[in-house]
Design a protein around this ligand. Sequence first.
Ligand code: NAD
Ligand code: IPM
Ligand code: MN
Length: 374
Amino acid sequence: MNIQKDSFKILVLPGDGIGPEVVQQVRRIIEWLEKKHRLSFHLTYDLVGAASLAEYGVPIRDEVIKKAWESDAVLFGSVGDPRWAHVGFDKRPEVAILKLRHELGLFANLRPAKIFDALTDASTLKPDVVRGLDIMIVRESVGGVYFGEPRGIEVLPDGSKRGVNTEIYTTAEIERVARVAFTLARKRFNRVCSVEKSNVMESGLLWKEVLTDLHRREFSDVVLSHMLADNCAMQLVRDPRQFDVLVTGNLFGDLLSDLASMLTGSLGLLPSATLGAMRPDGKCAALYEPIHGSAPDIAGRDIANPIGQILSFAMLLRYSLNRQEEALWIENAISHVLAKGLRTADIMSEGMICVGTEAMGDAILGQLDQLVKV
Ligand code: NAD
Ligand code: IPM
Ligand code: MN
């Protein structure tokens, strides 16, 4: 076997709640990869979210953004804490992830919803509806209503208030994320479904026009369809396997990906990669995080599912480090562990073995040892 040793700079931002618990399981896998002398990592840890607010009074420091720029990739846990839920928007833990996406220009958030065979019964949908499911949601992640101006809450003359947010998309913003979706589709099942509300929103109408135009100009070999977002939510539950790549704006992508996660069994299973534009050095800024949040309801109890976080690291290996083989090892190890019947509480079912976060990490590491004899 060809043993090659590279060193990769990874910024690790565990964040809040279950973030540190699930990131710890990735750390063990990184140590395992190093022990196998496959790869060498230079890991830098820092605080984000409520953890950073407590220490520095801000959800993320400029210094951390700078470190993110200088890294090969960022591994992010999750942010959010009910203790900071009532402060102004600039002081919320969630600013950390929004700022990272925005300042690093991470416009394409790839959220794959792929079911493990062993979990076909774990979905709340019938096994026949979800068996073999393999969807890629491409969510625009630095625009739309998340960042549009004007925004804010103003007090009206009668003392009542008005909350404002603005959905904005430009041709260029839509084109660049659509290009990612079409390019991914070519390597998958060659179908893209573009999702918007062109029946109600001008930004949705433009979204549809730009997709149609780009498709005609550059991607006519890919099959393009359009769907209104409300229908898409219904179709994802009715017959999710009709989809290959879904491309949509920031808010619809957020909602539809949480929905899609349950098709595979749990929110705790879905990873994501958020990619920016190609830099002159041929690399692109990239951040990897599970799609779930800090789950304060289960934090600190060693019951969170670490698989979404671990699969996010597998995506990091694949997309940022071009280490397909190691990414596959990890995905296969998870698949085997699930096939043996190990389950965290969120995917537990009758006759299976319920384990905690750390024990799931142990099992995946044990499986890696068995699968990879180097
Ligand atoms: P959440 O994703 O944290 O949790 C939703 C539900 O799913 C909870 O019942 C939780 O226990 C469960 N869950 C989530 N991840 C799980 C896992 N790995 N294993 C087992 N169960 C899991 O969403 P929420 O409760 O709406 O939000 C909590 C906080 O997280 C909020 O502050 C929110 O803003 C934040 N959030 C952050 C991110 C991020 O950092 N990228 C993403 C989503 C939500
Ligand atoms: C996600 C989260 C974030 C989002 C929040 C925490 C800002 O829900 O990554 O899915 O809405 O993008
Ligand atoms: Mn979300």
